[in-house]
Design a protein around this ligand. Structure first.
Ligand code: KIV
Ligand code: ZN
Length: 511
């Protein structure tokens, strides 16, 4: 009989540990709601003791979600556990995730604790957490570099103290599938308990093995997989949950397990997180990359035309790519637009709808047909801009001479103040970016700049991702617009705005 694999999403906790990623309060809430719609079982909404911002968003997410369990992270520290309790107490299903490092290198170089002290701490803190939570998850951090007999002792101690979920983190992405799978097999064989204990996999992708290791864990009895959308996370990232969900679905014959993920929401969920994180999904990324369903060689194209199954093991529609049944156009009116928003699952106020309709008309004037992905991009982009502290008001460009361009940029903050500056540069983008740097009065290093199209065709909307270094901080920004220069300017302003929000507000800006 096929059994259920729980999907534990940590995009808002481990995913946010990606350099340059810093979700705003509203973005966190929107991501959590979309993850609930996608069908994840548990959301790790944050680490409440780490900051008042994390506490507030875990609390808000706990109140907002109705079916998905909400979990908070805690070290083996009583005040961390108290913070998770306070932040999640109004959740429909509150959960806690308690961890302590167990490997020799972490014990000796980071914690300065003996094995006995680590065991005592596990016992004390899991017991403490169990007073407040029906379900306590325990993680021995850096489990895969922990001596196996000691790992077994740690897990047995946690289970004896009341933990019913044991998560095995491959914290530094060091393990390989057969080794990682064997750890699960050993624990399932050796841990003695008369409670139902679930084993969970948590992998990092330093060697590119996070998904393979997670699948090996399932083959050896794991019933929960932790990870993030698009595999974002610290260093090389975490297990990409969309790959696990589709792997289990497409190869049910082998895994004989299923998730409750609504696969058709996958692309939409991935796009939302990519935009809010400012991290572009690589074109060749499995499941959600732009090339995942394109066929380049003539032989492949011929095969797919004759029968898609010649080269496609799943349809694009299965994961929510290319689902547009009724594209809109420039003759579509308010009614058709409103119906489309409902069909796509958006619940927007009449005022927001007015603003969106105007923007939709602007796109429809430039594009023959407006697809569902255009509408998703429009809404995500608009929400994103509305949440921003600074927005681009106007952008003017002029050719000067010998390849030089001049740019005038005006931006507005969310209190209605405007700021403007101009600059010359060796090309349009350089001149725009110089002008924005002058507005924010910051020296920057542009680390990455990429342009993608939201949909196919020469009339597609452009999506620009930038990554900047400002005073040794890495920040990211995304801009979407039909005009690629405006999208570039929006992305750059957003990155500056994120830096400003994370340091002293409005420091250095001049009008
Ligand atoms: O990778 C890791 O070890 C973690 C722990 C907090 C579980 O994220
Ligand atoms: Zn992790």
């Amino acid at each position: 009989m096929s059994s259920h694999i729980q999907i534990f999403d940590t995009t808002l906790r481990d995913g946010e540990q990606t350099p340059g990623v810093n979700f705003s309060f509203d973005e966190r809430l929107k991501i959590a709601k979309q993850l609930e719609k996608w069908g994840v079982d548990i959301i790790e909404a944050g680490f409440p003791a780490s900051s008042s911002g994390s506490f507030a968003s875990v609390e808000a997410i706990s109140k907002a979600l109705t079916t998905t369990a909400v979990c908070g992270l805690a070290r083996c520290v009583k005040s961390d556990i108290d913070a998770v309790y306070e932040a999640t107490k109004e959740a429909a299903k509150p959960r806690i995730h308690v961890f302590i490092a167990t490997s020799p290198i972490h014990r000796d170089s980071k914690l300065m604790m003996t094995k006995e002290e680590v065991l005592a701490s596990i016992k004390e803190h899991v017991t403490y957490a169990k007073q407040f939570f029906e379900v306590v998850q325990f993680s021995p951090e850096d489990a895969t570099r922990t001596e196996l007999p000691f790992l077994i002792e740690c897990v047995q101690t946690a289970v004896d103290a009341g933990a019913t979920v044991i998560n095995i983190p491959d914290t530094v992405g060091f393990s390989y599938p057969s080794e990682y799978g064997q750890i699960f097999k050993t624990l399932l064989d050796q841990i003695k308990t008369n409670q139902d204990v679930i084993y969970s996999a948590h992998c990092h992708d330093d060697l590119g093995l996070a998904v393979a290791n997670s699948m090996a864990a399932i083959e050896n009895g794991a019933k929960r997989i932790e990870g993030t959308l698009n595999g974002i996370g610290e260093r090389a990232g975490n297990t990409a949950l969309e790959e696990v969900a589709l792997g289990l679905y497409v190869r049910q014959d082998h895994y004989n397990n299923q998730t409750q993920i609504k696969l058709a929401e996958t692309k939409q969920t991935s796009d939302l997180i990519s935009r809010f994180a400012g991290i572009r999904v690589p074109r060749n990324k499995a499941i959600v990359g732009q090339n995942a369903f394109s066929h380049e060689s003539g032989i492949h194209q011929d095969g797919v035309l004759k029968n898609p199954e010649t080269y496609e093991i799943m349809t694009p529609q299965l994961v929510g790519v290319d689902t547009t049944e009724l594209p809109l156009g420039k003759l579509s009116g308010k009614h058709a637009f409103a119906e489309k928003l409902i069909a796509l699952g958006y619940d927007v106020s009449p005022e927001e709808q007015k603003v969106l309709f105007k923007q939709f008309k602007a796109i429809a004037d430039k594009k023959k047909s407006v697809t569902d992905r255009d509408i998703h991009a429009l809404i995500q982009g608009t929400e994103h801009e509305q949440n921003a502290i600074y927005q681009v008001e106007t952008l003017q460009l002029q050719f000067v001479s010998s390849g030089l361009q001049s740019a005038v940029v005006v931006i507005k903050d969310n209190e209605g103040n405007t700021y403007q500056d101009s600059s010359i540069g060796t090309g349009s983008i350089v001149s725009i970016y110089n002008a924005v740097d002058r507005i924010f009065n910051k020296e920057t290093e542009l680390i990455d700049y990429t342009i993608d199209s939201v949909t196919e065709g020469t009339d597609a909307q452009g999506e620009v991702h930038v990554q900047l270094k400002i005073n040794d901080h890495i920040v990211t920004g995304v801009g979407i617009d039909h005009d690629i220069l405006l999208a570039s300017c929006k992305a750059y302003v957003e990155a500056h705005a994120k830096y400003a929000a994370n340091t002293s507000k409005k420091e250095g800006i001049h009008s």
